[in-house]
Ligand binder design. Structure first.
Ligand code: HEC
Length: 160
């Protein structure tokens, strides 16, 4: 009995520990710059579709950037917890399309939308930012690496 209690206590403690960073992250919306120096540099003209689509290195840089900047609201591993919209829904319809051309055109639209919202943020009816604006901190490389990560997570969720 004692042993069981001990094991239960340990479990409860580990659940608390694993939850606390997420709870803290909700209040922390300070943008964290993303180090994209390892990626192919894209210049100052914005691409109209993600140049990093399918690039594994960009996906891992994006994953790290997502963890530090977006997970607190949009959920760990981009699995939404209900605070902010589910980012895995953005591309889900595109990736389901039969023809490659349709898929490309659809992803190009979600790329543009993702870029716009990430850079400019969103305000509620009272003019308060509900989704922070990141244009002051993120380079083009950072935004597309984040999108490459969200795309890759969407793929994983659709094909698991
Ligand atoms: C403080 C919480 C918070 C953080 C941090 C945050 N978001 Fe958001 N995000 C939101 C909320 C809330 C919305 C919905 C805003 C609305 O529609 O009014 C949103 C909307 C979005 C949308 C549009 C989704 C849709 O379905 O329309 C995208 C894309 C997005 N966020 C990307 C990001 C990325 C990328 C990051 C990290 C760099 C990030 N967000 C960080 C709260 C957050």
């Amino acid at each position: 009995m004692l042993k069981l209690k001990g094991a239960f206590g340990l479990l409860a403690a580990s659940v608390l520990v694993s939850m606390s960073p997420l709870a803290m992250a909700h209040g922390d919306v300070t943008p964290h710059p993303i180090d994209t120096s390892s990626l192919k540099q894209l210049g100052t003209t914005w691409a109209d579709a993600n140049p990093y689509r399918g690039d594994k290195l960009a996906v891992s840089v994006g994953a790290e950037g997502y963890m530090h900047n977006c997970a607190g609201c949009h959920g760990l591993n981009a699995v939404a917890g209900g605070v902010a919209p589910d980012l895995l829904k953005l591309d889900a319809d595109c990736l389901d399309m039969d023809s490659k051309e349709q898929q490309e055109a659809c992803l190009k639209d979600t790329d543009a939308y993702f870029k716009e919202v990430t850079l400019s943020g969103k305000k509620n009816g009272e003019g308060r930012y509900t989704m922070p604006a990141y244009s002051a901190v993120f380079s083009q490389e950072a935004v597309w690496a984040l999108k490459a990560y969200v795309d890759s997570r969407t793929h994983e969720e659709l094909h698991k």
